[in-house]
Design a protein around this ligand. Structure first.
Ligand code: FES
Length: 61
């Protein structure tokens, strides 16, 4: 996983920023959206954001 890769182009949210949000306690798409804003503008990235959230939540467990 490339942590510098941008997942949400609208807000320049990277894989690493999603990882930080998950490490800080976010476990769902909604919680990551609150912390990062990812997926809250056009919504085109939502599926990918969800995939990345699930990946890091699993890794955290
Ligand atoms: S690309 Fe993420 S909200 Fe637009």
């Amino acid at each position: 996983m490339n942590l510098d890769k941008v997942v949400c182009n609208c807000l320049n949210v990277t894989n690493g920023m999603i990882k930080d949000a998950v490490d800080a306690g976010a476990s769902t798409l909604e919680e990551v959206q609150e912390k990062t804003g990812a997926g809250t503008v056009c919504g085109a990235c939502l599926e990918e954001v969800q995939r990345v959230v699930d990946f890091f939540v699993k890794e955290r467990e």
